[in-house]
Design a protein around this ligand. Structure first.
Ligand SMILES: [Zn+2]
Ligand SMILES: [Zn+2]
Length: 322
């Protein structure tokens, strides 16, 4: 599983920067500090690069592409990384499964098995000392964006994704998860350059489209996604008395296409929808209904009526399929 095609030692700093599947999860490695420094620099650099907007300017088409790629990739993360790879809330063919994994990688949030493994771990230990991103344990900042940059969380937690590890194409993609992300960056630049040459009236360019469509869109996507680990465990209402601090927050649901109904989700994680009431906006679920209507996915797992009508409860959390 962890064979190294470039013949670099598995502990090499460069190898560990390139891949997401180091086997020694949780064990300190020589060079951890350098890996951490480079990853932090890349993460901060992505934010600083957005300031290049003062040089490249703005156009309606660039802002439109940025918004479109934010929404599309938020859907890929919530529908595919979260509801499919983490919770198996619906079924898909192997080909569609791979397409969903590639789409998810364009969000730049590591590979599908890394993401799903850490997320399953979160559900198993939510807001207890072992939880790797709980605002109650290590504070809001760490839950938002410190946890995934800590060396002990770089590796894919294979123990939690054994079901997916039997697919070689998913293991490969999980290892080289940066490729679809970087390809998207190149594509935004190419689109801008193409429009500049063939539709100069639109007022865009390669660099401008790269800054808006890729950099700004990605940073916004990052922080909106992270709010579910940070704010959705602190601010909002609790319909269900779960054993964690999860909350329902309509504003976060709007930003994340339905993930803000996080208390619903912690109470019953296995459902394809997270807005349990008709008024709880869940665009990801509506998108999944569309994909099911096209025959691309099937067997969307419903919310049982007993769960949906539970209302405010003081009872102990019910075990549900995760
Ligand atoms: Zn949570
Ligand atoms: Zn979940």
């Amino acid at each position: 599983m962890n064979r190294n095609p470039l013949s670099l030692p598995a502990t090499s700093v460069w190898w560990r920067l390139l891949v997401s599947d180091q086997p020694d999860q949780g064990v300190p490695q020589p060079g951890d500090w350098l890996v951490g420094l480079i990853r932090w620099s890349f993460f901060i650099g992505l934010h600083l690069a957005c300031l290049a907007v003062v040089f490249v300017g703005v156009s309606p088409v660039a802002v439109g592409v940025a918004a479109g790629l934010y929404l599309a990739r938020m859907f890929f993360v919530t529908a595919f990384y979260h509801r499919y790879f983490s919770h198996k809330a619906f079924r898909a063919s192997r080909g569609v499964q791979l397409a969903m994994a590639v789409a998810g990688c364009t969000a730049g949030q590591r590979g599908p098995l890394w993401w799903a493994g850490h997320h399953r771990y979160h559900h198993a230990h939510a807001d207890r000392p072992e939880d790797r991103h709980s605002p109650a344990i290590r504070g809001l900042f760490d839950a938002h964006m410190g946890w995934f940059l800590r060396p002990e969380n770089y590796a894919t937690p294979w123990k939690y994704v054994r079901d997916w590890a039997r697919y070689p194409e998913l293991r490969w993609l999980n290892r080289f998860d940066m490729l679809p992300f970087l390809a998207l960056g190149a594509a935004t630049y190419g689109l801008g350059a193409l429009l500049e040459a063939h539709a100069p009236g639109l007022g865009t360019s390669g660099p401008q489209m790269l800054v808006w469509g890729f950099l700004i869109s990605t940073v916004a996507l990052y922080h909106a996604t992270y709010t579910i680990n940070s704010l959705a465990h602190r601010w909002g209402r609790r319909r269900y008395a779960t054993a964690d601090d999860s909350r329902n927050n309509g504003l976060l649901a709007l930003l994340t296409l339905g993930e803000g109904w996080h208390n619903n989700h912690h109470f019953y994680p296995g459902a394809a929808r997270q807005g349990f009431r008709w008024w709880e906006l869940d665009p990801t679920y509506y998108g999944l209904l569309g994909l099911a209507g096209m025959g691309l996915i099937r067997d969307l797992r419903p919310v049982p009526a007993s769960v949906r009508n539970h209302g405010r409860s003081r009872t102990a959390p019910r075990r549900s399929p995760s």
